[in-house]
Design a protein around this ligand. Structure first.
Ligand SMILES: *[C@@H]1O[C@H](CO)[C@@H](O)[C@H](O)[C@H]1NC(C)=O
Ligand SMILES: *[C@@H]1O[C@H](CO)[C@@H](O)[C@H](O)[C@H]1NC(C)=O
Ligand SMILES: *[C@@H]1O[C@H](CO)[C@@H](O)[C@H](O)[C@H]1NC(C)=O
Ligand SMILES: *[C@@H]1O[C@H](CO)[C@@H](O)[C@H](O)[C@H]1NC(C)=O
Ligand SMILES: *[C@@H]1O[C@H](CO)[C@@H](O)[C@H](O)[C@H]1NC(C)=O
Ligand SMILES: *[C@@H]1O[C@H](CO)[C@@H](O)[C@H](O)[C@H]1NC(C)=O
Ligand SMILES: *[C@@H]1O[C@H](CO)[C@@H](O)[C@H](O)[C@H]1NC(C)=O
Ligand SMILES: *[C@@H]1O[C@H](CO)[C@@H](O)[C@H](O)[C@H]1NC(C)=O
Ligand SMILES: *[C@@H]1O[C@H](CO)[C@@H](O)[C@H](O)[C@H]1NC(C)=O
Ligand SMILES: *[C@@H]1O[C@H](CO)[C@@H](O)[C@H](O)[C@H]1NC(C)=O
Ligand SMILES: *[C@@H]1O[C@H](CO)[C@@H](O)[C@H](O)[C@H]1NC(C)=O
Length: 858
């Protein structure tokens, strides 16, 4: 479904926010003093020609969070340096080596967002969930053979801390080390959108948004392939084994391939779920004889030389939510040589047993079921595709060629010489051809579509519209004939079969995510007025809606079900929003078919279904027999279910769910999806939704409380855990990343404060798509002395501020770009002056291009 994407180039030019200064905006009267400083224009910034480099702010001896500025010298094995970059950086690690005291030397380098990662063996990884075109390991070994610049092969996604330890050789000195940035380094002050407050915490929290976007959203071509294809075959460095749909679902077969180990060994999987949320097929790692010169830190207990290691799950190691099992090690009684070709065969007759042969000799036979661990849990829906996958283990590298699947009947099922560049697309490891937004900078670099319902709003507040539209194009490009768009996706360019298989592999797990995608599109349209975009994708939007309606509405009760999750309030509210948004977009375009009427009716029925869940005794909406949920309070508010009185009652229950770190439902002991375990954690996604709901409920006091409980700690630049980005989880006590080292700390699924400050605290929102008309309606119970900001629109920037003068009265200024008209709702009752004209009340109007409107409470 790529055809429509061409239409975007034009749309892009038309909707780009114009960030130029508005000369007329400070021309009203004399320079009357305001409670706030002058609102700055965006800073000029010219992108450097080549990639920018990021350097550490501190280099210290040993593993320490103390800052220092020592020379980078590693004299003897064991010497270690700690580098701190002050906040998250991302890119290709480089090392400027100035001296080498031995023929060659080896270093072990760790990368981590939280400092504590440097103190554990695997740092804050590995992250073997997706082939995300960066390293899944957070520890790597490098061989230094000469002075000059040494570069790592893989991109490291997001890290603030780094350690470098000498593990072989001597006398290594470096002038510096750092990252060749693979993410945008534009200063935040150059973004069109801007927010500042007298309350520094609020300013700092807003600023987490644009930096998270830089760390988690990438332009086309920026995430380069992690496989190399040449005449010898596919050369693959240690990473998550990548898979193909073409070889999927073979029964009773032998997988065979030829391989040449470049260093350490190789790995592969068979009968494994294709890019799913579980991995139950056997994971096989074959090690070499580790000749002289091999990496000194190969873990000889986990992956001994001349062995076949058997694992299951995500990896041979555990990483909190990504369980991995190390099941067995089969010693091989001959030398597995490097730099020579071998043939590897794996029989899978389909009864749970496997036989592996190396160069025709059996090296292992096992019954996977008999190990009795790692089976797919029954509450995960079955996966549609099982296939083989290829890639070596950590710090290994190998070639693969002539891959075949031969059925027991002798028939060939799959055959690939692995010498064509198409292999990268087939295996999902090609460079990103679209804009992509990842789950998080360092981790799980799948593109999760649902998270963007929250993040896109903040990206819009910062004025980076191409990072909303571009990733939406990627989603449309991967729509399958059922109308479904994948709830998550690889960054890689994919072929049609690869897209279909990977989408169906997750079918019905997260239909809500498809609904959230519609919400993203709807708000994008509101912010940009990009009607051409909606028009060009209308058939696809309709197809998504059709898919959601068919798979996720209970036809008798009208509750939303999120596909397989069963009837629930949250999904139903989301369903109502989605239907109503589609109807609004469709009607605005004049698409007034009977289907619009049907959707409007469906929304009405689903709305009533939730209304009937009102529990008058408890004062909440909940499914019969269930307790209420925090996320539902916000969902019901946003969808405006029930009466204002009912919703106010529901909100009054929120404080009963307070923890120091935020608001959260009781420990979900019975929740089978609570994979994280270990007690209460504050989900930032729920926090983001709650903040949005509080904006709609116009409760600035609770919103400020939430911001302080949940987000202030993330903006504390004095903390060792500060990254400059939003976190994914928070501990219930509100002091540290909730899922420890697994927590992504440049993660946008809860990054709503940036949007919240702009849309509710400054109070600027479009009232017609594209801001031809807009309102400025700040929350009246916001307590900061002043706030100010710039709001990007297709016409240019709106500048606005409000705050308390020395007389305790509120003042306010708004300047709008030409082509827009704004209605100002001052955040107080009673009379005010407008540009000196006293005795006004109600609302005021600001006309674009006609200077600043100054409002003074009387
Ligand atoms: C870390 O690695 C060392 C060396 O292999 C080992 O002795 C230690 O037990 C490991 N620590 C953990 C927590 O696995
Ligand atoms: C910022 O606002 C919060 C919430 O109103 C308040 O708790 C905090 O003390 C304020 N901080 C400053 C520095 O004004
Ligand atoms: C795979 O099949 C091709 C063609 O069918 C054959 O030439 C090649 O030798 C086979 N490779 C292996 C490793 O069996
Ligand atoms: C490191 O370089 C040395 C010298 O060229 C070589 O002998 C050794 O095999 C290399 N080791 C690895 C793991 O690449
Ligand atoms: C080596 O592997 C063992 C498991 O076999 C693990 O406990 C240990 O932490 C690993 N050591 C390092 C340094 O990674
Ligand atoms: C990972 O954790 C599970 C328990 O959740 C345990 O059964 C398994 O042995 C662990 N895997 C490794 C490699 O330590
Ligand atoms: C494999 O192990 C399972 C569980 O122990 C057993 O039920 C099954 O019969 C075994 N399969 C074969 C082919 O031995
Ligand atoms: C696999 O195919 C072979 C040869 O046709 C047959 O003997 C064997 O029973 C089959 N295995 C299973 C588990 O069906
Ligand atoms: C579309 O249908 C709605 C509801 O039936 C109606 O109010 C509206 O006027 C119609 N618009 C057009 C353009 O026909
Ligand atoms: C309504 O709320 C009360 C108080 O929380 C609770 O005891 C009761 O079970 C709820 N009713 C239903 C039908 O869930
Ligand atoms: C940072 O995070 C770690 C690990 O999650 C936690 O133990 C620590 O208390 C946090 N705070 C600081 C200041 O390091």
């Amino acid at each position: 479904m790529r055809g429509a994407s061409l239409a975007f180039a034009a749309a892009l030019a038309a909707t780009q926010a114009i960030a130029g200064p508005l000369l007329s905006r400070n021309n009203v009267g004399t320079a009357a003093s305001t409670p706030w400083p002058a609102i700055p224009d965006p800073e000029q910034y010219t992108k450097p020609d080549g990639p920018a480099r990021a350097y550490p702010v501190s280099v210290a001896k040993g593993v320490t969070s103390e800052h220092d500025n020592v020379e980078m010298k590693l004299d003897t094995v064991g010497d270690t340096l700690t580098l701190d970059y002050g906040c998250d950086q991302a890119g290709i690690p480089f090392f400027d080596v100035t001296a080498l005291g031995s023929e060659y030397a080896q270093i072990e380098v760790k990368y981590t967002e939280a400092f504590n990662g440097l103190k554990v063996n695997y740092s804050d990884g590995p992250f073997p969930f997706a082939n995300g075109l960066s390293s899944m390991f957070r520890v790597e070994a490098l061989n230094i053979t000469q002075t000059g610049e040494l570069k790592s092969y893989f991109v490291q996604g997001s890290q603030r801390w780094q350690s470098i330890k000498l593990i072989k050789g001597s006398g290594v000195a470096m002038k510096t080390a750092g990252f060749i940035a693979t993410v945008d380094q534009a200063p935040l002050a150059s973004f069109p959108g801007y927010f500042a407050s007298s309350n520094k915490t609020m300013t700092d929290v807003w600023n987490l948004g644009p930096r998270t976007q830089q760390l988690a959203c990438f332009p086309p071509g920026s995430q380069v392939s992690t496989w190399e294809i040449d005449a010898k075959g596919a050369y693959v460095h240690g990473q998550k084994p990548a898979t193909t749909i073409k070889g999927a679902n073979a029964q009773n077969y032998t997988l065979s391939f030829e391989t040449m180990i470049d260093r350490g060994g190789l790995g592969w999987r068979v009968d494994n779920e294709v890019d799913n949320i579980w991995a139950s097929g056997p994971y096989l790692v074959l090690t070499s004889n580790y000749p002289e010169g091999s990496f000194a830190n190969y873990n000889r207990s986990l992956v001994p030389p001349n062995s076949l290691v058997l694992g299951r799950g995500w990896s041979l190691q555990n990483q909190t939510t990504l369980t991995g099992f190390h099941l067995d090690t089969f010693p091989i009684d001959f030398d597995v040589t490097e730099k020579t070709w071998h043939t590897v065969e794996t029989d899978s007759p389909g009864d749970g047993t496997y036989t592996v042969r190396l160069n025709g000799k059996q090296i292992a036979h096992f019954n996977l079921t008999a190990y009795n661990v790692g089976e797919r849990p029954p509450y995960f829906p079955p996966c549609a595709y099982y296939s083989f996958a290829l890639a070596p283990w950590q710090d290994q590298a190998a070639w693969y060629r002539n891959v075949n699947i031969t059925l027991a009947s002798g028939q060939n099922f799959y055959s690939n010489p692995m010498t064509s560049q198409d292999v990268k697309i087939e295996y999902g490891v090609a460079t990103n051809s679209d804009y992509v937004c990842s789950d998080a900078g360092k981790r799980d670099r799948f593109s999760w579509v649902g998270d963007r319902q929250i993040s896109a709003r903040s990206i819009e507040a910062a004025g980076q519209f191409e990072f909303v539209r571009g990733p939406a194009v990627q989603v449309f490009n991967h729509q399958v004939p059922s109308g479904e768009v994948p709830s998550n996706m690889l960054f890689s360019e994919l072929d049609t079969l690869g897209t279909l298989g990977r989408t169906e592999s997750l079918d019905l797990i997260l239909v809500d995510w498809d609904a959230k995608f519609i919400s993203t599109i709807y708000y994008y349209w509101q912010k940009t007025g990009d009607t051409d975009f909606i028009k060009s994708y209308w058939p696809q939007i309709s197809a998504i809606m059709g898919y959601i309606a068919q798979t996720s509405i209970d036809p008798t009760t009208y509750f939303g079900t999120n596909g397989g999750s069963g009837a629930n309030i949250y999904s139903t509210c989301l369903m109502v929003d989605t239907l109503e948004q589609v109807v609004e977009m469709g009607q605005s375009l004049g698409y007034n078919s009977s289907i619009m009427t049907q959707y409007a009716l469906q929304a009405q029925l689903s709305r009533q279904a939730v209304e009937h869940t009102w529990n008058a005794t408890g004062g909440y909406f909940a499914m019969p027999g269930s307790d209420f949920a925090v996320a539902d309070i916000s969902a019901v508010e946003r969808t405006k279910i029930g009466t204002p009185e009912q919703r106010a009652k529901f909100w009054s229950l929120l404080p009963s769910r307070a923890e120091p770190g935020g608001f959260v439902d009781p420990p979900a002991g019975a929740n089978k999806f609570d994979l994280l375990g270990g007690g209460v954690k504050i989900s930032m996604n729920v926090a983001g939704e709650l903040l949005w709901g509080l904006g709609e409920y116009r409760d600035g006091k609770t919103a400020a409380d939430l911001l302080m409980r949940t987000y202030a700690v993330q903006a504390d630049s004095a903390s060792r855990n500060y990254t400059g980005g939003y976190w994914e989880f928070l501990s219930a006590d509100g002091t540290y990343p909730g899922n420890d080292l697994e927590t992504a700390q440049s993660h946008y699924w809860g990054g709503f404060p940036t949007a919240f400050m702009t849309e509710y605290v400054l109070g600027v929102q479009p009232t017609t798509p594209g801001f031809a008309t807009f309102k400025v309606e700040p929350l009246s119970d916001w307590s900061d002395s002043w706030v100010q900001g710039r709001v990007p629109t297709p016409y240019g920037l709106i500048y606005t501020a409000w705050g308390y003068g020395s007389n305790g009265k509120i003042q306010m200024e708004v300047t709008a770009p030409k082509g827009t008209t704004g209605t100002i709702y001052p955040p107080f009752s009673g009379s005010f002056s407008v540009n000196g004209k006293s005795g006004q009340s109600g609302t005021a109007t600001v006309k674009g291009g006609q200077g600043k409107v100054m409002i003074m409470q009387e």
